[in-house]
Design a protein around this ligand. Sequence first.
Ligand code: GRF
Length: 212
Amino acid sequence: MSEKLRLAVLVSGRGSNLRALSDAIDAGRCAADIVSVVADRPCEALGFARERDLATRVVRPKEHADRAAWDAALAQAIGDAEPHWVVLAGFRRIVGDAVLSRFGGRIVNVHPSLLPAFPGLHAPRQAIEANVRVAGCTVHLVDAGVDTGPILAQAALRVAADDDEGSLHRRIQALEHRLLPEVVDAIATGSLQTRERIRWVESFGGALLDGD
Ligand code: GRF
């Protein structure tokens, strides 16, 4: 059997995307292995990782002299597990040069908007405030900017008249939980290069745009 795609997953929060990835792997829908979960703070995601017996590391900024030192320690912690790819799954910091120079082109992020709309913090709030009718999530490669790297896949939904920030974010997250494992599986199976981006949108689009 060929080696599965080794993933390091970076987290800061609740960890629902980590859980979705882990569940998809267990269900045979994502040909990857989570070899390390790295956090920048104590968080619920770490608790989940420990429950599943996943290796964990915590690299806290305040334990390092400056941002460059933290970034170097983060790159080292990720690299120790020898991952093929790195997944930012709710990681609430910008990775710096040390991480990018070592893993650049092999880092994906999941973001709760249809980029390039609404990069940065509170994307669902930005979508509600802008009164958009269609929202969604994006999986993209990470570069030095904030949510600016090449888009790999998007999934969309219709914003309901009574959606608020919380309800919209919850519905977008349900999309993330489907899209992220699918993209990781496409990377693992080598089909990412040959599938056109739009296929992911269409594979969710019909049903999701008509209902939830
Ligand atoms: C997700 O909405 C993701 O798009 C954003 O942060 C949130 C993380 O949620 N980058 P979780 O920690 O995976 O539950």
